[in-house]
Design a protein around this ligand. Structure first.
Ligand SMILES: Nc1ncnc2c1ncn2[C@@H]1O[C@H](COP(=O)(O)OP(=O)(O)O)[C@@H](O)[C@H]1O
Ligand SMILES: [Mg+2]
Length: 261
């Protein structure tokens, strides 16, 4: 469905310095209904890659094809969910979600559909609330509803749970897994959290920095539906080790932790 071919993205350097190579020679295929997660340290080009897929930026070299056609600019079939939920504080939950339809010029607003999404996101009873009356996780569910209500073919998620506390984050990961089982959209999700990547993904794309590159792709064989308690399974720990060996080659594995003295 999406084919990224040998992309390089450079940004002009600050002042007269060297240009920043945000991505170098990156190639990636994403299949329809696949859940792909890119993981890597800050500055490895994750957001740049997502912005290229969203059509917010253009590659300096290489090309991206979407359904066989060269991708040019943003489109209604690709929507983005950011780390901050970017809701309109003066609009109620219901109106924030309906905004997705308005922006895509789907009028008149189908309010039944809006209510259906409120239900799907577990936001029953909060339709008339303002965003500031909601928890961080709930706000992010509103943002996800606003994105999904236009039935995009691809959901692009840029560290959507990065600003949430640990418990809410885990809840949202399970929520997204459950949601994805039902909607089966194609998802490209980025994170710097290795456990989050493995828990969610069909395939983990491991990126490294300076310049931003794809170092490896790891297929996640864990069965679905997935739940958070899987992170302690042998299979999970083995995948985690594989990813960390690429991201943190400086770590020396301990065979055991011994106490001395
Ligand atoms: N608009 C921009 N102008 C100049 N440099 C940028 C711009 N956006 C990103 N960069 C640089 O490109 C590199 C990759 O950034 P980014 O894609 O945001 O990484 P990540 O999301 O993995 O943290 C970084 O070195 C960053 O400073
Ligand atoms: Mg980023």
């Amino acid at each position: 469905m999406i084919s990224i071919e040998k992309i390089t993205k450079t940004y002009p350097g600050r002042r007269a310095g060297e240009p920043t190579i945000a991505l170098q020679d990156v190639s990636l295929e994403i299949q329809k209904q696949e859940f792909v997660v890119a993981v890597g340290p800050s500055g490895c080009g994750k957001t740049t890659l997502l912005n290229l897929l969203a059509g917010f930026e253009e590659p300096s070299q290489g090309s991206i094809h979407f359904d066989g056609r060269v991708l040019r600019g943003p489109g209604a079939e690709r929507v983005v969910v950011f780390q901050q939920p970017t809701l309109y504080p003066w609009l109620a939950v219901r109106d924030n979600i309906a905004l997705g339809l308005k922006l895509k010029k789907l009028r008149p607003i189908d309010w039944e559909r809006v209510d259906y999404f409120i239900e799907m996101m577990g936001l029953q009873g909060f339709a008339k609330h303002s965003p500031y009356q909601l928890s961080g996780g709930m706000q992010q569910r509103v943002a996800i509803a606003r994105a999904l209500i236009v039935e995009p073919a691809v959901l692009l998620m840029d560290e959507p749970f990065g600003a949430l506390d640990a418990q809410t984050r885990n809840d949202m990961q399970e929520f997204l897994l459950n949601l994805w089982e039902r909607i089966k959209a194609t998802i490209f999700f980025i994170t710097h959290d290795v456990e989050e990547a493995i828990l969610l993904a069909d395939r983990v794309v491991v990126m490294t920095a300076h310049p931003g590159r794809i170092a490896s792709e790891i297929t996640v064989t864990l069965p679905r539906p997935r739940t958070w308690n899987m992170i302690l399974s042998e299979e999970f720990l083995d995948l985690k080790r594989q990813v960390l060996e690429i991201l943190r080659p400086d770590l020396t594995p301990l065979t055991s932790i011994t106490q001395n003295g």
